[in-house]
Design a protein around this ligand. Structure first.
Ligand code: LAC
Length: 213
């Protein structure tokens, strides 16, 4: 694999970039037929909204609690009964999300090209560790960085600085990969090379990530 000479490390967002949060649709569908896709969409939207609210209020809560709160909201809003057993099953499944099909091959090729690879995620270590292991990515993705150390969520600038601190690589030599456009824009604050962003409704105006989805 050919890579820019200046690039020494690639840092990946986890949820939505490497791991498909909507791989839970099938399980949601089994529990509440006909509602799986709607539940998964609302759950994710609320989960993210809560992270931004918590950061603004400076009242951090662990991502597992945020994720569960998002699930409870989404079920209530859609009129779906969430008992403790269902809640445990869905939260357990969050530790076993599928990766997108191209992820394993791409990471293997990048690792072979001697790039340092890392995850930088909102997820807590207790969520990310099993996620990486269950997906069989442990040998490819040695460094997993959680925002939990900073007690604030993306896209707060302090979070992206964790990547330069932990990797000990200058920020100009780090590529940041996220399919969450607002996250890619957050990475730009530190001038981490922005490599990928998806066309997303969440792109702040004036950002290059918004201009080049
Ligand atoms: C993460 C969220 C933003 O993994 O997807 O940090």
């Amino acid at each position: 694999m050919v890579r820019p000479r200046s690039l020494r490390a690639l840092v990946f967002d986890a949820y939505g970039t490497l791991f498909d949060v909507h791989s839970l649709v099938d399980l949601c569908e089994q529990i509440w037929p006909g509602k799986g896709a709607a539940l998964s969409q609302l759950w994710r939207a609320k989960q993210l909204e809560y992270t931004w609210q918590r950061s603004l209020m400076q009242r951090y809560e662990d991502f597992a609690r945020i994720t569960e709160a998002g699930l409870r909201y989404a079920c209530a809003a859609l009129g779906l009964q969430l008992d403790e057993e269902r809640c445990r099953a869905l939260m357990g499944a969050y530790l076993k999300l599928s990766t997108f099909p191209e992820v394993r091959g791409a990471l293997a090729a990048l690792k072979a090209s001697k790039l340092k690879l890392a995850i930088l995620s909102n997820g807590s270590a207790a969520m990310l560790r099993p996620l990486v292991v269950n997906a069989g990515l442990r040998s490819l993705m040695g460094i997993v960085i959680s925002v939990d150390q900073k007690k604030i969520y993306k896209p707060a600038p302090a979070v992206y600085r964790l990547a330069t601190q932990r990797l000990r690589v200058p920020k100009t030599a780090i590529g940041f990969v996220s399919s969450n456009c607002w996250d890619a824009c957050g990475g730009e604050v530190l001038r981490l090379s922005h490599l990928l962003g998806s066309p997303s409704a969440f792109a702040p105006s004036g950002s290059t990530a918004a201009a080049h989805p």
